[in-house]
Design a protein around this ligand. Structure first.
Ligand SMILES: [Zn+2]
Length: 174
């Protein structure tokens, strides 16, 4: 456990106070030193040049290692030069999440129906008693949406598969 956590409040306040005092002493000493330094001819305070605003060459050792730049160019350099083996974790594109996988699975679940019935979503909507509308079915098939209730999806899929099976049977099988 952190020693600070156990420290009593009064003790903590004392430490905080002494820190503040130390800092203000340092600040005063610094102010003095600066004043003294400014008295010398030629000494002048100038705004700090930001390193980022410097036009910096990317895709080299200096940019990647010393400046710590992780732009596309620098990362590509680091990999091609063998300095690192893989892209930094944040750069790696994540795979689809749970919802995207579900959307994908439902889209594929409607594939056979879409092929056999030429995307007749009105028919499917009618057959499932409009548990889901034709518009929603089309969106699911386009991968733009999902049927978020599992039992509803199971029902839609079951009816769609039945329709496909019946039609294929009527056509003498495949
Ligand atoms: Zn860079």
């Amino acid at each position: 456990m952190n020693a600070f956590v156990d420290m009593k409040k009064s003790e903590y306040a004392l430490v905080a106070y002494s820190n503040v005092t130390a800092k203000s002493k340092e600040r005063k000493a610094l102010e003095k030193a600066v004043k003294k330094w400014l008295k010398h001819p030629g000494n002048k305070i100038q705004p700090v040049q930001s390193k980022q605003s410097e036009s910096m060459a990317h895709g080299n050792q200096r940019a990647y290692k010393r400046m710590g730049c992780r732009c596309e160019v620098c990362v590509t350099w680091a990999i091609s030069s063998g300095f690192v083996k893989t892209k930094p974790k944040s750069e790696i594109k994540r795979g689809p999440d749970e919802r995207q996988l579900r959307i994908q699975a439902q889209k594929q679940g409607l594939d056979r129906f879409a092929q056999v019935f030429k995307e007749d979503w009105q028919l499917l909507a009618f057959e499932i008693g409009y548990a889901i509308t034709a518009f929603q079915l089309e969106r699911v098939y386009l991968g733009k949406s999902e049927i978020d209730q599992y039992f509803t999806w199971k029902y839609v899929k079951k009816v769609a598969d039945q329709l496909v099976a019946e039609k294929l049977k009527a056509n003498g099988g495949v």
